[in-house]
Design a protein around this ligand. Structure first.
Ligand code: ATP
Length: 513
């Protein structure tokens, strides 16, 4: 684990106003975070990137903003009341609670990491002639690690599927899994735990008035499927996209904003003809990966097929990102069959069929879902971007810089306006005039405090792609210096060109083409 990067990242988020622990004055609230002034800008930009790529560029995808509170029967139909339970286990010594499947998955990761280490060592030993594939298959120690990992993975999947909690406990014991902080192996039995938060409607007493905070945004889309289809007159295939809060009473909310109890999802449900769902599953799998690759290096992303399919799915894959604590799920793509529409139709007694004019047939559409966590996306963008580098030809304090190399289209602040000195009225006046013009187009910052080098560093640390500096020549010839964040190159350009240049280089359209 790149512990150092992760620690720096959490500290950086707090120091510069990206993310704060929630309710900090009361010592925080586990698994809940607040987004600060720069955090909200970055998060909004991530949401726009997703929304534009889904709704704006697809004529057949439309948006929705459904309420968080929904009829409680929705969660009965979806399976969340009865079937969506996490297996949990307590450590009797530390009194801490864990998700049993996550503990086991961590052990599986460790076995695979051991295999990778052996391969790495061998690669160094053998040099150029090294055949990694052959080595993985034939080296007894490596294949033993890999086979053990696979066997545990399969057994876990089968036990989760059949709800065999005793076997999950047996796996924990056989693998001699210890409590991560204390090393204790003193575990309780594994029990099922429902992850939905509930609250009470004021005018209805008892169970009847029990409402759930939605654990996913998808169900708001399913129950509005016919409304949207009728009002937009979309023909199948078409999609409905939604961004919104979801709530899960996660047993262990860990790893900062990776696993939260209140988080945001960006989900799209694509309604298709039954029998064509696998083609569309493939299509969205590739499309979504391309969306990630436009802002993230390819080697940090990979697909991971699900061994353990949820009760509603006939195919599922995760897009994983290499977080500082390893490859983990960033987005899920599921072929959800007609499970949800059919369940809602059965339970509500309302027909949820679509009339296909080409086939001249009524049917319940099949659904392919893409679901990405906005907060996990935020974490992936920042863990990619946070870089400490040595500045060539610089001395002393200036020799190192911390820079957030966020894609310019996603950067919170697009341009900083900096008068070279603060005590010359005409310079400050000119800089203010330029700032007042720029701020109509994008989020800018005006900064006149400290030496120019320090001001550049402050902008680097928050990922501002461009700094415009106003100096004495600006008064003479109406030109400014524009400095690019990553290369630190400076160019002289006319004041009249600043808006055009910054807009062109930070335009979201650059990511969508
Ligand atoms: P995990 O296995 O990590 O618990 P999941 O498979 O339950 O995730 P989905 O139900 O597929 O997740 O939800 C879709 C997306 O929502 C995930 O890919 C993730 O990005 C995000 N997400 C899910 N749970 C959380 C959470 N507790 N905090 C932040 N984001 C989350």
């Amino acid at each position: 684990m790149q512990e150092d990067l992760f620690k720096r990242l959490v500290a950086h988020c707090k120091e510069y106003g990206f993310v704060y622990p929630s309710s900090e004055v009361y010592d925080g609230l586990g698994g809940v975070y607040d987004y600060g002034p720069l955090g909200v800008e970055l998060k909004n930009n991530i949401k726009s990137y997703w929304w534009n790529a889904m709704v704006k560029v697809h004529e057949n995808i439309v948006g929705l903003d459904s309420a968080i509170f929904m009829h409680p029967l929705i969660w009965k139909a979806s399976g969340h009341v009865d079937a969506f339970n996490d297996p949990l286990v307590d450590n009797k010594d530390s009194k801490k609670r864990f998700r049993a499947d996550v503990l086991i998955e961590t052990e599986i990761d460790k076995l695979r990491a051991k295999a990778d280490k052996e391969v790495e060592k061998a690669a160094k030993r053998f040099g150029e002639s090294f055949d990694e594939k052959l080595y993985r298959e034939t080296n007894p120690r490596v294949s033993d690690y890999l086979q053990r990992a696979e066997a545990v993975e399969k057994r876990l999947a089968a036990s989760l599927q059949s709800g065999d909690m005793a076997d999950i406990k047996a796996i924990i014991e056989e693998l001699e899994i210890t409590e991560p902080d204390t090393g204790s192996k003193n575990w309780t039995d594994v029990r099922q735990f429902n992850l939905m938060f509930s609250t009470q409607m004021s005018n209805i007493a008892g169970e009847e008035g029990k409402l759930y905070l939605r654990p996913e945004t998808a169900q708001g889309i399913f129950v509005n499927f016919l409304n949207v289809q009728k009002t937009t007159r979309q023909k199948i295939p078409f999609g409905i996209a939604q961004v919104g809060k979801a709530f899960r009473n996660e047993i262990v909310a860990r790893q900062f904003i990776f696993r939260m109890r209140e988080f945001e999802q960006m989900e799209m449900q694509y309604f298709v003809r039954p029998g064509t769902e696998m083609e569309w599953f493939q299509y969205w799998k590739e499309k979504r990966m391309a969306w990630h690759k436009a802002i993230t290096p390819a080697e940090k992303l990979k697909f991971k097929d699900h061994d353990n399919l949820a009760h509603y799915a006939n195919a599922a894959v995760d897009i994983q990102f290499e977080f500082p604590f390893g490859f983990k799920e960033l987005e899920g793509i599921h072929s959800r069959t007609d499970f949800d529409l059919k369940s809602h139709s059965d339970l509500s007694g309302k027909k949820m069929t679509y009339y296909d004019p080409e086939l001249e047939e009524h049917y319940i559409p099949y659904v392919v879902e893409t679901s990405v966590g906005c907060d996990r996306m935020f974490l992936s963008v920042l863990s990619n971007a946070l870089i400490e580098e040595t500045v060539p030809d610089a001395q002393g304090e200036d020799a190192k810089r911390t820079v957030l190399k966020i894609h310019p289209a996603l950067s919170p602040v697009k341009c900083a306006v900096l008068p070279i000195v603060r005590n010359k009225e005409e310079l400050v006046g000119k800089a203010r005039e330029i700032y007042d013009r720029l701020k109509l187009h994008f989020l800018c910052q005006y900064d006149e405090k400290d030496a120019i080098g320090r001001r550049y560093r402050r902008q680097d640390a928050i990922g501002t792609p461009y700094c415009v500096t106003i100096d004495f020549d600006t008064i003479e010839d109406d030109t400014v210096t524009i400095r690019e964040r990553d290369s630190m190159r400076q160019e002289r350009i006319p004041v009249s060109e600043v808006v055009r240049i910054v807009r062109e280089r930070t335009d979201m359209a650059n990511l969508l083409g």
